[in-house]
Design a protein around this ligand. Structure first.
Ligand SMILES: Nc1ncnc2c1ncn2[C@@H]1O[C@H](COP(=O)(O)OP(=O)(O)OP(=O)(O)O)[C@@H](O)[C@H]1O
Ligand SMILES: [Mg+2]
Length: 402
């Protein structure tokens, strides 16, 4: 596959460009054009329509990031990747939000460069094929993958994911899985008060060894009827997740679970991007403060560039703190989409988090719990503690006998 990929190199640094070209040549990958940042990059991307575009990300970042966005507009089917020696999470996040589908560390190692390029291209190609074969993304034949996402930390993603999964399970009696995709720092098991003998990190390790394990033994059962794929063992550090493997796990779970709720980390990564790609619906969570709202705006822009329809991304405002510095009208305006759901601040939430008992179980009549139950009803079509806001459910009415 690598052999046929045609690459446009965007790099104003001649020495660095030579090094990357040599690395690509070693792996027999063709460089079809070279460009500086800005207009030249966009023009060549448009004229050449390459398979992949490698942008050297370096200070000042604004210029390289703007170029990264411009080349995507000029060549939407080219896979954008970034090469940078800056590996700070903030920079990686900026690149991913600007649309990068792969991140290559400089100085480049030819084998790694080829592997990242090939994987990112293959994954992107699947999406391009999907987009061209259906005008509207169809629901997967099996379960719905609902990903709780938000590029800002501490906005209540894990809290929402856990309470939502439990509420959907209770209301629909359908099989529900909750996946903690925050392999490095995930705390879903802790917030649900369960011990997970095996974890997603263990599963990914097995897959990395070339095994094709059955996922069931990796799931921990929550007594309220949700199967939990915990991220990692407590106090254990895991390697970053392989995006392809995460995507494969989610797809497989959706074969047996009607709802697969996915919790994601507070930093954007290739694994998060893979989970988003697999998602039927993305719940983009923001709290009511400007930093979080601005991050949500960037995320919406990035998702739109990736071709996510408006329908597939639902904005959720969670009042994780009671410092409501921004009104909901301003949030909707700044993010550029309607608010799908709003969850009130509730002092009972942190107490339930600490006890490891999600609020929908600890106190179903608490105001936050009622609002999440209503959201679950809206998603699954079951009965709810609150009225469903018109329009019926997202996925039709679900009622299953166990
Ligand atoms: N509606 C709410 N009212 C009050 N407290 C809340 C609410 N939602 C979440 N919290 C509290 O905010 C804190 C952060 O929540 P949570 O861990 O779910 O955020 P997160 O987005 O998953 O964070 P991270 O990005 O670190 O994974 C927790 O202590 C939680 O109890
Ligand atoms: Mg979390």
């Amino acid at each position: 596959m690598g052999r046929n990929v045609q690459v446009l190199l965007v790099d104003p640094d001649p020495d660095h460009r030579e090094t990357v070209k040599r690395a690509l040549a070693q792996r027999s990958i063709a460089v079809v054009g070279e460009a500086h940042y800005g207009v030249e990059a966009a023009r060549l991307a448009g004229a050449l329509q390459p398979d992949a575009i490698l942008v050297h990300l370096r200070e000042p970042f604004a210029l390289s990031l703007r170029t990264l966005e411009a080349v995507q507009a000029a060549a939407p089917n080219a896979t954008p990747l970034v090469i940078s020696k800056d590996l700070t999470p903030q920079t990686v996040q900026k690149a991913m939000l600007a649309g990068a589908r792969g991140y290559i560390v400089s100085p480049v190692v030819p084998e790694t460069l080829e592997a990242t390029l090939t994987t990112a291209r293959a994954r992107h190609q699947v999406l391009i094929d999907r987009a061209t074969s259906h005008s509207v993304r169809e629901l997967p034949a099996a379960g719905a993958i609902l990903t709780v996402f938000g590029p800002k930390g501490g906005v209540g993603k894990t809290t929402l994911a856990a309470n939502l999964a439990l509420s959907i399970a209770r209301q629909t009696s359908a099989p529900v899985a909750l996946v903690d995709a925050d392999v490095q720092f995930g705390d879903v098991a802790l917030s649900m008060g369960i011990e997970a003998p095996r974890t997603l990190a263990d599963l990914l390790d097995a897959m990395a060894r070339g095994e094709t394990p059955d996922i069931k033994p990796y799931l921990a059962q929550h007594p309220a009827g949700v199967s939990v794929l915990a991220a990692r063992h407590r106090h254990e550090l895991s390697a970053p997740a392989d995006p392809e493997a995460v995507a494969a796990v989610l797809r497989e779970l959706a074969q047996t679970f009607d709802f697969v709720v996915v919790d994601t980390p507070g930093t954007y990564s290739a694994a998060v991007a893979a989970a988003l790609d697999e998602s039927t619906t993305v719940f983009l969570v923001t709290s009511a403060d400007m930093a979080s709202v601005k991050d949500a705006r960037m995320a919406v822009d990035a998702l739109r560039r990736e071709g996510f329809s408006e329908d597939r991304v639902k904005l959720v405002v969670n009042h994780a703190t009671n410092a409501n510095s921004v009104t909901e009208a301003d949030i909707a305006r700044t993010v550029g989409c309607d608010i799908f759901w709003s969850i009130p601040h509730d002092r009972a939430v942190p107490v339930s988090t600490q006890r490891g008992e999600p609020l929908v179980l600890a106190d179903p009549s608490a105001k936050m719990a009622k609002r999440v139950q209503a959201m679950a009803a809206h998603i699954g079509g079951g009965g709810a503690g609150e009225d469903i806001d018109g329009g019926g459910s997202l996925f039709g009415v679900f009622r299953r006998g166990r």
